[in-house]
Design a protein around this ligand. Structure first.
Ligand code: GLN
Length: 283
């Protein structure tokens, strides 16, 4: 864990923003389980690794890059708060870290259930609906939604109602999309044709900058990061009080418990705070 890069992280991210976007756009093309899997032999037959007899059982992790600063591609390398945090957590457990696989966000839960991966680390909000399909670790981060707009435009909404009649976007399968559906479309405040669903928020930001949509609903820490890096700004916050958890397969109480204990350990030994400062600054 490079601690000497702490103060440079945010400025570095800004500096490489344009380059990252190219890498991210390329990444979304691969769609499926592209990732290089880094390290680990993937267990026998690549089944996500239940206990080859003479080795520690594995945790193969899945994420959806393009969600800064939680999961990003930086010079082709997967990194970000979730990525470093999960690796630090697994290092505290009896599990061997089995590498990363990359997916679009809405493919993560099916991939976990299909045993392509053993854990999800993707700024995934713990919701009742998801909790029916998978299990979650204890919460590790809290967030609200934000609404972002072009920073040189004259559209400056201050609440959800102001979005009526405007083309807006979100990433498929997210809580941001859920806000648009439940608070706007279902309440007849927004015509369904005005909602554009993207595979990835990075593509949504491109469309916002290009003027194809007027606003995006997305998690506030990510909206703030895009505002730092791109020609967009946070227009207002919509409080949802979400909590992120790491996903594990339903009934996989061993990995669930291991991740909870690992999370406790990195919170107690200062690693969590160090990573938080690295990726979100100290303010
Ligand atoms: N926290 C949001 C959700 O769980 C968005 C996550 C993401 O896009 N990676 O739906």
């Amino acid at each position: 864990m490079p601690t000497d890069s702490v103060t440079d992280r945010r400025s570095y991210l800004k500096a490489v923003a344009a380059g990252s976007v190219v890498a991210l756009a390329g990444c979304t093309d691969s769609g499926g389980d592209g990732g290089d899997g880094g390290g680990g032999d993937g267990g026998d037959g690549g089944d996500g690794g239940d206990t080859p007899t003479d080795e520690a059982p594995q945790i193969v992790a899945g994420t959806a890059p393009g969600f800064p600063p939680f999961e990003i591609k930086e010079d082709g390398e997967l990194t970000g708060f979730d990525v470093e945090l999960l690796e630090a957590i697994v290092a505290e457990t009896d599990y061997e870290f089995g590498g990363w696989k990359e997916f679009e966000f809405d493919a993560l839960i099916p991939s976990l259930r299909d045993e392509k991966i053993d854990a999800i680390a993707a700024a995934m909000t713990i919701t009742d609906e998801r909790d029916n399909a998978i299990d979650f670790s204890n919460p590790y981060y809290s967030a609200d939604q934000s609404i972002i707009v072009r920073d040189d435009g004259d559209f400056d909404p201050s609440d959800l109602d102001d979005l009526s009649g405007h083309p807006i976007g979100a990433q498929k399968g997210t809580t941001g999309e859920n806000v648009i559906q439940t608070e706007l479309i279902e309440k007849n405040k927004l015509d369904e044709s005005n909602y554009k669903a993207y595979d990835n928020y990075t593509l949504a930001v491109q469309d916002l900058e290009n003027g194809n949509i007027d606003a995006i609903v997305l998690d506030e820490p990510v909206g703030a990061t895009f505002a730092d890096q791109r020609s967009v700004e946070v227009s207002f916050i919509y409080e949802t009080g979400e909590e992120y958890g790491f996903g594990v397969r339903k009934g996989d109480s061993d990995r669930q418990q291991a991740l909870n204990e690992g999370l406790d350990a990195v919170q107690a030994n200062g690693t969590y705070e160090e990573l938080r400062n690295e990726w979100f600054g100290t303010n």
